[in-house]
Design a protein around this ligand. Structure first.
Ligand code: FPP
Length: 258
């Protein structure tokens, strides 16, 4: 496996379609989705991944039928009721990111509790995006920077890429190296738009409830084959520099203006 091990983020998609192909209900699809979450958290720990981020509920998911929204909120509560003890024992630190303004008080208490009891853990970080939308996150960061400037806590020249990142909900954690999306959809759906700048993207047709350790390993294997250049050129290309010098000189601005 490649070193350093990647921060893997997953857009878990396809619970509804998984259920439909089995003539099951959407809630049954989500229940199977939680089983996949349990499997993949365990798999991430055994593979020593430093950070696993899961996109559990988008700010746009709030516009689904009320019954489904309530079901998903209750599922998160149940997941922690049943698994928090084990997550603590495994040394997992849990960070939950998303818009909290409109969340029910019980959910806010749960988020606080989960983050507090895991705060000393350092085996792996499990970042859960819940009621999360990247555009909202970016607007929120801009507002908070603007407030700091108007209160003279920051000057315009202090606003750098790093300052901006420090105001995002993901602050303190590095951006994902690999973003996996299940269910054959090829989009980011308002997930980590800033943080995805240089992430490797991996799409699979597998519906989330069917995603397992084997599927994770296939994605990690694919990630290892990717050459991450971050906008630069690869080492291989550097050796061709000599041959290109003539052409580069011909196109130099100085020559062109003569
Ligand atoms: C995508 O399937 C899945 C979701 C929108 C919800 C995933 C969240 C959970 C299973 C809730 C539990 C959360 C935690 C943290 C345990 P979809 O409904 O969009 O599927 P479809 O596109 O096939 O309809």
């Amino acid at each position: 496996m490649v070193e350093p091990l990647p921060h893997v983020a997953i857009i878990m998609d396809g619970n509804g379609r998984w259920a439909k192909t089995r003539e099951l209900t959407r809630p049954e699809g989500h229940l199977a989705g939680v089983d996949a979450i349990k499997r993949i958290v365990k798999a991430a720990v055994t593979r020593n991944l430093p950070i696993l981020t899961l996109f559990a509920f988008s700010s746009e998911n709030r516009f689904r039928p009320k019954a489904e929204v309530n079901f998903l909120f209750n599922l998160m509560h149940r997941y922690f009721d049943e698994n928090l003890k084990e997550l603590v024992e495994e040394g997992i630190y849990i960070k939950i990111i998303g818009e909290t303004n409109e969340l029910p008080k019980a959910t806010l208490r749960l988020i606080d509790h989960v983050q507090n009891v895991t705060s000393d853990n350092d085996k792996m970080t499990l970042q859960i995006a819940f009621n999360y939308g990247s555009q909202e996150e970016i607007v929120n960061a801009a507002k908070s920077i603007a407030a700091d400037v108007s209160e003279n806590k920051l000057s315009l020249s202090d606003i750098t890429k790093e300052t901006f990142e420090a105001h995002l909900r993901t602050s303190g954690l590095p951006s994902p190296d690999l973003i996996i999306r299940t269910s054959g959809e090829y989009r980011l759906s308002n997930f980590m738009l800033w943080q995805a700048a240089y992430a490797e993207l991996y799409f699979t047709d597998v519906y989330w409830p069917d995603f397992n350790e084997h599927e994770l390993d296939i994605a990690l294997k694919e990630y290892v084959t990717r050459e991450r250049r971050f906008g630069r050129i690869s080492e291989d290309n550097k050796s061709h520099d000599k041959e290109d010098k003539g052409l580069i000189a011909k196109f130099s601005l100085k020559k062109a203006s003569k």
